[in-house]
Design a protein around this ligand. Structure first.
Ligand code: 3H9
Length: 684
């Protein structure tokens, strides 16, 4: 059993089968083979009367081993294992703790009885990987809990707690105290009452209301009709089949649907991101430095940004010290924190009891002395470079040299900013788009002097706060902003030639972006990214166009309804400028727009990797998905380029080089990868 699955027989003839595959007990090939062997042995042992299936370490299995997907499948499959468990002639009790997810929960569903620790979570998050539960979950769960609850769990993918699982009939018992003794006591109770195996395949509880079952299927089908990934529709079909076909037929249907999902580009992209998000935290500095733990964070300065940072840290369970320059500033920032919590409560995103507990961890002080108690200090700085340095130097120089300092300095490179600080090693930059308490992505800007310990502590802090952290070095802007700027720049060229901002936006929204690039510029008042895209681009910039600063945008907003309309003035200006520069406009198809914009984004990403600003292609993908609305199911611009084919992307770029060689020339990385038959993924 290769040590990953252990079998022992306890007092009273109860076998204990324990999975031990840290960190999350993923159900890789050796675990699956070990489980078959253990169940065969336990079944053949006359002494064994019942079996408790549990896992060592922090969790019941969190699913199939995602790393194995993509490689040739090796028998026994997880579905085979589940069938082996369900077929067992002796009662099998699954003892669930931690997070029983995906294949982990399917394993538990194949057991005959389930008992859960009170703080356990169970769920089927396969859909978030573009997959469906492929080890019998789509057939067993509806039989146990009905179509409505089963579809909700599988289509949303969010885990539910033990109390909810018990209410649904998904677990029979919630342990009242320690799980293991409770699980063995449950086994004894079952034996004493003469209870035998109770198989989900034979259960009809969830099928009792055939019309309700069909109604739930129809409702979800209508809701997911336009889903870009195949998984949601396939999940719905599998659940429908659970009502229509005998169990084994349903299993075969599920297996084929799972295979289709596994092969889909969407699932490949989503699985790529699962690992990319975790890989992003592996940076050279964490390999050499431990980084200190953080319990108390101080926010230097005041205002709305400071308040939002404070909420992000309070929500992560930390104590927060607001170190404001004055009593009035402190009161104002504290009021902002209150307001954010009131808003979150009004939106039902935070129960009132939790708000009081969080506010109790907030304290404040005036001046620099308030910073001294903290293990990590965050300082939002003014936008103006000179003002930023004036604000930074006293804070940095007042802190003990070992206290890490994360500065938020939009639009500024960290190198010049820290000149004049006594220990620049203690400083890193943080870039976050929007309100930090709402954003998942933080880019960590490593300066030329930033120490490994500071960087490691920063990654530790962000992990603690549940954030996705991506490393970048140098540069005045975030990776996400730089790649987005390339998209906009590519689009500017098309405006010159005849496209409209609305066509560009529509094409990219159709591709999957949350917001088109021009709408985003308008909405977020982003600094205009174009750096002179041809004559028209320059003319547009000369017009001070667009952006909040000038009060002009690509869209005019109806002040009452807030709806965006195409701005006729924008179109007139475009026409006039094209006439002036004797450009004959031509039409662009949506596919062409997407092809050029995505090629430009991949090229910008490749250039940043070459320059060493980004560590790896997958970091660019993570930054773009979390920081710029790139469609998650497309995996990010580098993954999308891999899927489109690097040669094809390189050809798109090369064909446009005459337009502006500086912008369109493909990064040499393309030629190098193509020559070696590699993809961006090979650099991850
Ligand atoms: C499935 O089950 C399909 C079946 O229905 C059908 C099969 C036929 N596999 O997230 P963390 C690694 S699909 C491989 O940082 P946390 C992870 O990469 C699966 N590796 O910890 C990381 O590695 P590293 C359905 C996995 O405490 C380390 O474990 N299940 C897997 O923040 C720690 O992970 C899911 O989608 C895996 N399944 O969160 C659940 N899971 O240290 C996926 C984790 O090298 N997992 N790793 O970077 C999770 O949601 C979270 O990991 C979990 C813990 C909540 C469990």
């Amino acid at each position: 059993m290769a040590g990953l699955v252990e079998l022992s027989v306890q007092e009273g003839g109860i076998a204990r089968i324990a999975i031990r595959n840290p960190p999350v007990n993923a159900l890789g090939h050796s675990v699956r083979a070990g489980l078959i062997e253990a169940f065969d042995l336990a079944a053949a042992d006359d002494e064994v009367r019942a079996i408790v299936l549990l896992a060592e370490g922090r969790t019941f299995p969190a699913g199939a081993d995602i790393k194995e997907f993509g490689a040739t499948a090796r028998a026994p499959s997880l579905s085979d294992v589940c069938t082996r468990i369900e077929d067992c002639e002796k009662p099998v009790i699954a003892a669930i703790h931690g997070t029983a997810l995906g294949g982990g929960l399917e394993l538990a569903l194949a057991a005959h009885y389930r008992i859960a620790a009170p703080d356990a979570l169970v769920g089927l998050p396969e859909v978030t990987l573009g997959l469906l539960p492929g080890a019998g979950g789509t057939q067993r769960l509806p039989r146990l809990v009905g179509a409505a609850a089963a579809l909700e769990m599988m289509l949303i993918g969010r885990p539910i707690d033990a109390a909810e699982a018990s209410r649904l009939g998904l677990v029979e018992r919630v342990a009242d105290g320690r799980l293991r003794p409770a699980a063995f006591a449950y086994a004894q109770d079952l034996l004493a009452s003469g209870a035998g195996p109770r198989r989900a395949r034979d259960c009809t509880d969830g099928l009792r209301d055939p019309q309700g079952f069909q109604a739930a299927v129809a409702e979800h089908r209508a809701r997911h009709l336009h889903s870009p990934a195949p998984a949601p529709m396939k999940i719905i079909e599998c659940v429908e089949v659970a009502q229509l076909l005998p169990f084994d037929g349903g299993l075969a249907f599920e297996a084929s649907a799972f295979e289709d999902c596994l092969q889909s580009e969407q699932s490949q992209a989503l699985r790529h991101l699962f690992f990319a998000e975790r890989r992003a935290a592996q940076v050279p500095e964490t390999a050499t430095a431990e980084g200190q733990g953080n319990e108390r964070v101080a926010i230097a300065g005041g205002g709305e940004l400071a308040a939002s940072l404070a909420v992000a840290c309070l929500d992560g369970g930390l104590s927060v010290i607001l170190a404001a320059p004055s009593e009035a500033g402190l009161t104002e920032t504290r009021d902002h924190v209150q307001q954010i919590y009131m808003q979150l409560m009004a939106q039902l995103r935070l129960p009132a009891a939790k708000q009081a507990e969080r506010m109790a961890r907030l304290s404040g002080g005036i001046g620099l002395s308030a910073l001294m108690q903290a293990d990590y200090v965050i300082a939002p700085l003014p936008h103006d470079a000179r003002a930023a340095r004036t604000a930074l130097i006293p804070v940095a120089n007042a802190l003990p040299a070992e206290t890490p300092l994360g500065i938020i300095a939009p639009g500024q490179a960290i190198g010049p900013l820290v000149v004049g600080c006594d220990t620049p090693g203690q400083i890193v930059g943080l870039r976050v788009a929007g309100d930090p308490h709402l954003q998942r992505l933080f880019e960590v800007v490593v300066g030329p002097a930033s120490s490994a310990a500071t960087v490691a502590s920063t990654f530790k802090l962000l992990k603690h706060l549940g954030r996705v952290a991506v490393r970048q070095s140098g540069g005045r802007r975030s990776l996400a902003d730089r790649v987005s700027a390339a998209c906009l720049h590519a689009a500017d060229f098309m405006l010159v030639e005849g496209a409209t901002p609305y066509q560009v936006d529509a094409a990219l929204v159709d591709y999957g972006f949350a917001l088109g690039p021009y709408r985003r510029v308008d909405r977020e008042g982003l600094e205009y990214a174009g750096t002179g895209a041809g004559v028209l681009g320059e003319a547009l910039i000369a017009l001070g166009w667009p952006g909040e600063a000038t009060g002009r945008g690509y869209y005019s907003y109806d002040p009452k309804g807030g709806a965006a309309h195409e701005d006729e003035d924008t179109l007139l200006v475009l026409e006039e400028l094209r006439r002036e520069h004797e450009i004959t406009p031509r039409a662009f198809t949506a596919a062409e727009i997407v092809q050029r914009c995505t090629a430009a984004m991949a090229n910008a990403g490749a250039q940043m990797i070459e320059a060493g600003s980004a560590l790896r292609p997958s970091d660019i993908d993570v930054a773009m998905v979390h920081g710029a609305g790139f469609p998650r199911w497309r995996g990010g611009p580098m993954m999308a380029a891999d899927q489109a084919g690097l040669l094809k992307v390189q050809n798109t770029l090369t064909a446009l080089t005459d337009e502006d060689p500086d912008f369109w020339s493909p990064s040499p990385l393309f030629a190098e990868l193509i020559k070696n038959g590699q993809h961006f993924a090979d650099l991850n």
